[in-house]
Design a binder for this molecule. Structure first.
Ligand SMILES: Cc1ncc(COP(=O)(O)O)c(C=O)c1O
Length: 380
């Protein structure tokens, strides 16, 4: 994948030659503002990876005292760093089965968990770009009341019923790792419309100090704690981290963001072509009618592990990249089974046993996708 092109690097180098400041400053703010405009949210906070954004989303709920009894529903099919902070911070993670249409949260399964456990937080992963059923989730939210956190790390530009993913949750997070829709080499961002959460994120990202806060908010905290201006920049309000991006990443983010609409169009078209060509040949998440899938990779599901092995061998022979489907069922990985019972769930297990990736990225065109589909169909 040429996520970062020669031209992007040339632009970055031209900027570097001006000997700019490299630690987080105005470039990061500019990127955050541009990202907020693109997504249609009030606030964005850039950090150094999607996994760091996952860490910060939990920390922000704790820090804002909005985590209640700290029960959180996490998806079986997603990414480990959506769950790891729950373990690290001592929350109670409750795993949810995957839905056959979206591979995201199974809403019937989720409702049973909610009735039993009354969690305060539900973490959604739009799996590989396929939007989770946010309409049903919001219905459940209205009935039972909980925070929705959206992980959009692999779904930049996907839409549920016309609305961009990342605009439904109290907090949403995106990754800018190299192979994603756009890249800052390493990088991530958290988005919210909630001012309290925004302020917590600004402090948590930088040691827990107050100097990144908007000045009026910082002054209020200074008055509250009797802090004078000399002490203020290094007054530590909450226990924090250092998960800041560099100006280099933020500058690259601005360069990449300009290309994002074209990237999304290509990824959406490639994904549609995969769906058309592989209908009836392998399983996949059809997605909800009317949703737009801007995928990071196309996920095929073989009918057995044996059939998957045949696909993998055929793809490798043609030098086509493939791997297991994200993590399949996270409830079967040691980080989970060392602490909790194995999560046995038919749909998540199906993904674990049969799921595999087919490439989708902006440098692939129609002919490439048709060739890849041909390899699969000839292996049936
Ligand atoms: C759903 C999801 N969340 C979080 C991450 C972590 O992002 P990063 O690699 O930027 O740390 C990934 C990485 O692929 C992901 O797919």
């Amino acid at each position: 994948v040429n996520t970062i092109s020669q031209n992007d690097l040339a632009q970055l180098i031209a900027w570097l030659k001006k000997y700019p400041r490299l630690t987080m400053d105005a470039e990061a703010r500019r990127f955050e503002q541009a990202w907020s405009r693109w997504l249609g949210v009030k606030y964005s906070v850039m950090c150094n990876s999607g996994a760091s954004a996952n860490l910060l989303m939990y920390a922000a709920l704790d820090s804002a005292r909005r985590s209640g009894q700290r029960k959180v529903v996490v998806p079986a099919s997603g990414w480990p760093t959506d769950i790891a902070p729950a373990i690290q911070f001592g929350w109670k993670p409750i795993m949810c089965e995957s839905d056959p249409v979206t591979f995201g949260l199974d809403m019937d399964f989720l409702e049973k968990i909610i009735k039993r456990e009354r969690p305060e937080t539900v973490v959604v992963v739009h799996v590989l770009g396929v939007p989770t059923d946010m309409t049903r989730l919001q219905k459940l939210q209205r009935r039972y009341g909980f925070n929705i956190i959206e992980d959009c790390c692999a779904s930049h530009g996907s839409r549920h019923q016309g609305e961009l993913v990342g605009t439904f949750g109290l907090i949403s997070v995106f990754s800018f790792y190299y192979g994603h829709h756009m890249s800052t080499v390493e990088g991530g961002i958290l988005c919210t419309n909630d001012e309290q959460i925004y302020h917590q994120l600004l402090m948590l990202r930088s040691h827990g100090w107050l100097k990144d806060l908007p000045p009026a908010k910082a002054r209020r905290i200074m008055r509250q704690h009797g802090v004078d201006p000399f002490h203020a920049p290094f007054t530590f309000v909450i226990p924090g981290f250092n998960l800041r991006p560099t100006e280099i990443s933020a500058r690259m983010g601005q360069i990449q963001l300009r290309q994002l609409p074209a990237t999304i169009r290509r990824r959406v078209a490639n994904h549609r072509l995969y769906q058309q060509e592989l209908q009836g040949a392998v399983g996949f998440a059809p997605g909800i009618k009317g949703d737009l899938i801007s995928s990071i990779s196309f996920c095929g599901v073989a009918e057995s592990t044996r059939q998957r092995q045949r696909f993998v061998r055929a793809l490798h022979r043609q030098r086509i990249d493939t791997r297991i489907f994200t993590a399949g069922n996270l409830g079967r990985h040691p980080f989970w089974t060392d602490r909790y019972p194995v999560f046995k769930a038919p749909q998540a297990d199906k993904l674990y046993r049969g799921g595999f990736f087919l490439p989708n990225n902006q440098s692939l065109g129609r002919a490439d996708i048709l060739h890849i589909c041909d390899v699969i169909k000839k292996t049936l």
